[in-house]
Design a binder for this molecule. Structure first.
Ligand SMILES: [Zn+2]
Length: 123
């Protein structure tokens, strides 16, 4: 399948290796994309593992699992990406079958060669 993250690549050549922990996402943008596709393929382990340790208290694998299962994600648009920030729009269908947009600027942190999601501001 084409990777859900919006790169025109096969999943096995894009976010798949990150989800399988064969490779680490090399940039904040790559991590962001791989987290979006983890929501699509419902990989709660990956979402939890790539959440920064300081923020794990406020999240759980269960919550990620529920969120991922209950949301129909349509597509991801990267608005702009810096070294450790990514602004994006993620389109999804809500419970009333209306399309909504999650517009967020996320902060990431590089630790021991691995990128982690820290937090974000919503627009
Ligand atoms: Zn991808």
């Amino acid at each position: 399948m084409i990777c859900p993250c919006g790169n025109a690549l096969q999943y096995e050549n894009c976010c798949g290796p990150y989800h399988l922990k064969i490779k680490n996402a090399p940039t904040a943008e790559a991590l962001m994309r791989s987290r979006y596709s983890a929501f699509v393929v419902v990989d709660a382990d990956y979402l939890f593992a790539t959440t920064h340790a300081s923020k794990r208290k406020g999240s759980s694998k269960d919550a990620y699992m529920k969120s991922a299962k209950n949301t129909k994600w349509l597509k991801l648009e990267i608005v702009s990406a810096g070294f450790d920030t990514v602004e994006f729009k993620a389109f999804y269908v809500n419970s009333k079958f209306q399309t909504e947009v999650l517009h967020e600027k996320s902060n990431f942190k590089l630790e021991d060669g691995k990128w982690y999601y820290v937090d974000g501001v919503f627009y």
